[in-house]
Design a protein around this ligand. Structure first.
Ligand SMILES: Nc1ncnc2c1ncn2[C@@H]1O[C@H](COP(=O)(O)OP(=O)(O)O)[C@@H](O)[C@H]1O
Ligand SMILES: [Mg+2]
Length: 276
């Protein structure tokens, strides 16, 4: 332990300690914010990803679709460090090699993941959930020992506005609707100021109104964050996507606008020929 950690009784997050990322300095001058090239992942000889390449630009909202088993979840597992590929490269900006980092370091560097099932703290208020997420942030880990500053309160209030929950900030999260819980969890991720957000099936179980609101929310986040959204609901994908990537058998089948991919005979074949 270094002298600072000794005082605090715990180690600061690894990414901070090793300074892979100087605050905000992801080098995207010559290309995408996130890319993987020729990535393969095998499970007992079966290739879940097969020479997969994907390039995500800064601020873009990309939708990933594809039949069950296409490799969508495995792709997210590789980006977040949960699964190590057999071959290929995965970079954050031009200089940060994600394959050399573990899961917590990748999260600290600014790539976060929203799983399908919301995992908010039911017993805490909406505001307290966001406060907790703020304190988990790398740049404010020391703030565990301090009260919220005015600036931090303002940030929580900004996020409450973004996720549309300002009116229920003092309600316990346990009484929120399913959709509201999903938005709160997105808010908790936003407190950590992620550069890239990976969002897995955000509208599962939502009402029609909640789906519309989620589309607005995700659209409002693009530009400030890069988003990769996996979703099965084609109407929803159409409502948010400018560019869609279709995965099939562990590789990219095609990419383009929703109209382009939906009219691609290979995509039609894959969806009609298999389960989706
Ligand atoms: N841990 C694992 N062990 C064995 N096979 C796996 C594992 N994870 C995924 N697979 C297989 O890899 C393929 C891709 O899975 P997945 O990435 O979950 O697809 P998707 O999310 O597109 O439905 C599937 O055939 C799945 O059965
Ligand atoms: Mg999946």
């Amino acid at each position: 332990m270094n002298p600072i950690s000794e005082n605090l009784g715990f180690e600061p997050p690894k990414a901070v300690a090793t300074a892979w990322v100087v605050d905000g300095a992801i080098d995207t001058r010559h290309g995408p914010i996130l890319y993987m090239e020729d990535v393969s992942v095998s499970f007992d000889g079966f290739k879940a990803l097969n020479n997969m390449s994907l390039y995500i630009d800064e601020g873009e909202l990309r939708c990933l679709i594809g039949p069950n088993g296409a490799g969508k979840t495995t792709l997210m597992d590789v980006i977040t460090g949960k699964t190590r590929p057999d071959s290929g490269s995965v970079f954050f900006g031009q200089t940060i090699n994600l394959l050399k980092m573990d899961e917590p370091a990748i999260a600290q560097a600014g790539i976060c993941r929203k799983f399908q099932k919301p995992s908010v703290f039911d017993a805490l208020t909406v505001f307290e959930n966001l406060e907790l997420a703020l304190k988990a942030n790398k740049s404010t880990w020391h703030s565990l020992f301090f009260r919220l500053t005015t600036e931090q309160c303002d940030r929580i209030n900004d996020v409450l506005l973004t996720i549309g929950l300002s009116g229920c900030s003092q309600q316990r999260a346990g009484i929120l609707s399913h959709g509201q819980k999903q938005w709160l969890e997105i808010g908790m991720l936003l407190m950590q100021e992620p550069k890239v957000m990976l969002v897995d099936e955000p509208i599962a179980g939502m009402t029609h109104q909640e789906i519309e609101r989620t589309a607005e929310l995700l659209l409002s986040l693009q530009g400030k964050h890069s988003l990769v959204v996996v979703e099965h609901d084609m109407e929803f994908v159409r409502s948010i996507a400018s560019k869609v990537t279709v995965l099939h058998e562990g590789t990219v089948l095609t990419e383009g606008t929703m109209d382009e991919v939906q009219n691609d005979p290979r995509v039609i074949q894959v969806y009609l020929g298999g389960s989706c």
